[in-house]
Design a protein around this ligand. Sequence first.
Ligand code: KG4
Ligand code: ZN
Length: 359
Amino acid sequence: MSQSQKSANALLSNDLILAIETSCDETSAAVIRGGKHILSNVVSSQIEIHERYGGVVPEIASRKHVESITLIIEQAVQESGYTLKDMAAIAVTQGPGLVGALLVGVVAAKSLSMALDIPLIGTHHIAGHIYANELVHDIVYPCMALVVSGGHTELVLMESEGDFQVVGRTRDDAVGEAYDKVARALHLPYPGGPHIDKLAIEAEESIVLPRAWLEADSFDFSFSGLKSAVLAVINQTKMKGLVLNEGALARGFQESVTEVLVTKALRAVRQFGAKQLLLCGGVAANRGLRAALTARCESERVPLLIPPNSLCTDNAAMIGAAAYLKLKRSEFTDLDMKADPGFSLESWSVGGSNQSTIK
Ligand code: KG4
Ligand code: ZN
C-alpha cells in the first residue's frame, strides 16, 4: 500500500494527532483527538535550570530537550490510552523558536513519522498559541487574535479557519521580552512576567509612564521605549539616593502595556469586522491584561476568548490543535522539512505552499 493510501485510510479510522513542542524551554508532547479533545498533554519545564542564568540559555535548552524528549513522548502516548500506531499524524513545532531546541522535536517527529509510516505535520508555533483557544471554545470567523508571548506581539486577522494575516506586529521587543527585561532590572527571578504582574496588582500607587501609540492608523507595537523609561526611573531614583517604589513602577509599566494592547486590539476588531477577539501566548496569563481586556470587551460587546493559563504558556496540545487544520485537509509536510527559526505564520495558512498534499 502506498504512503498516501495508508494515510487516507488512517484518516478515515481516527483523527488522533501526536504533537511535539520543543521551541524554547518546555519539552512537551500531547495526544489530541479531533483538534479539540486533549487526551494527554505532558509538559516538562526547564525554568528552574534557566532561572539561575536570568534567561534561556539555548545550548542548555537543546541538551535538556534531548534528555527528556523520548520519555515525554512515551508518557503522552501512554496517558492517552492509545499506541503510536493509532496516530493519524505526527505534528511538531517547525518554528519559530531557538533552532537547536526546535531541531530536537523535529528530529524526533521525523523519526517516528518515517519508522511508523505516519504523515508529518510541521506546525507553526504561533498558530498553536492561537488555536489553543479551540481546545476550550468554538472559534467563529472572521476573528482577530492578539498574540502576546515571550518572542511575539502580533495582531492576526483570520477571515476563515487557518487563514492568517498579520495586521500588526512589534517593531522591537516582544511584550513578554519587555516584561522579562524590566523584571531583571528589578532583580526579580526569570521569567519575570508573573512577578511584575503580582507587584502591579498589589501596588497602591502607579508611576505614570509613556504609551507608544506610533502612527495613528498603525496596529504595530513598540515596547523598547517603555523599557528605557523604566530603566531611567530606576537609575534616577538610585542617583538621588531615594528608595524605589517597585510596586508603583511595575504597575505603571503594566498599565502602559495593557492600555496600548487593549486599545489597538479593539480598534483592529472594529476595523476588520471581527466577530471575536482571541487572546493567546504566555502573557495572556497576565491578570492585569485579562481584566482590562475583559472589561473593555464587555462594554463594547465583543466576545473574548482566553484559554486557561496552562494552555497559554508553551505546550504541545496547542500544536496538535493547530495541526488538525492541516490533517483535516490532508496537507502534510515532506520529510525533508527543516526547523525554521524565522517561520512565517502567513505562509503556514491552509492551502499554502509549504506542504505536500496527499490526495
Ligand atoms: O508563550 P510563552 O510561554 O513562550 C513563548 O513562546 O515566548 O511566553 C513566555 C512569556 C515570558 O516572557 C513570561 O515572562 C511571560 O510569557 N508571562 C507573563 C505572565 N506569565 C508568563 N507575562 C506577564 N504576566 C504574566 N502573568
Ligand atoms: Zn510560545
